[in-house]
Design a protein around this ligand. Sequence first.
Ligand SMILES: C[S@@+](CC[C@H](N)C(=O)[O-])C[C@H]1O[C@@H](n2cnc3c(N)ncnc32)[C@H](O)[C@@H]1O
Length: 241
Amino acid sequence: MDPAEQPTKVTNSEQSKFDGPIPYRTRDGSLTLQCLSPAVFYHSVHGAVQESTHVFIRAGLEQARSTPIGILEVGLGTGLNLLLTWIRCLEGKCTVDYTALEPFPLETGLLNALGYCEELGWPGLHKTYMQMMTGSSDTWHEAEGGFRCRRFAQPVQSFTGSGSFDLIYFDPFGPRTHPEMWSKEVFDRMYDALVCGGSLVTYCAQGDVRRTMINVGFVVERLEGPPGKREMLRASKPTAS
Ligand SMILES: C[S@@+](CC[C@H](N)C(=O)[O-])C[C@H]1O[C@@H](n2cnc3c(N)ncnc32)[C@H](O)[C@@H]1O
């Protein structure tokens, strides 16, 4: 059987067979990935699906008004944000053009092990999800529901997308271990990539990050965070700039 068709559930005690990042079960029951060095998680340990839904879908996607909504994701990782967004399209709530940056794509076995399509109650999406995540990149992959996506292996530090996006899912590893992802240079690029009136949402609410965003020209809101986190940030590019 095509390995892309067979999701496998992993418990925390079965993780040692994986090299590199390993599956880790978070408190809402969904899996994330844990890297040991540096010690980072791909999502909040309080709940991977809960965090992605709160930060990127509710505070981001559900506030956007364009048709289609042009989304840039910084750090595609497991594709959980992509999948949650595609499901909103399949539910008839929006249409989306999704561009994702990921210089370190994950292996098929690891994506299968996460079993996200089954976890989210859409097992029939698994094959197409795997094609989106591992198939040819750079070109648009058209899917059902008014959703299309493309992946670039390019790091955010060299990405240019002048005025092309309505919404940015800013989801790199945190500033403690990856300060270069949260620099003024990166936020300058993000500001340029957005249309006027567009927004960037992120799980991070650190004061230094917020001040850097303001310095770049963003109008920044502190919003209630997902479970386990007091706040998150939404940074908007003013309509007349
Ligand atoms: C917190 S994880 C992403 C979580 C992801 N959105 C998900 O739902 O699984 C951060 C991601 O950023 C990626 N990354 C690392 N360096 C990057 C860079 N310079 N530009 C863009 N992405 C980068 C990592 O490989 C990793 O997949």
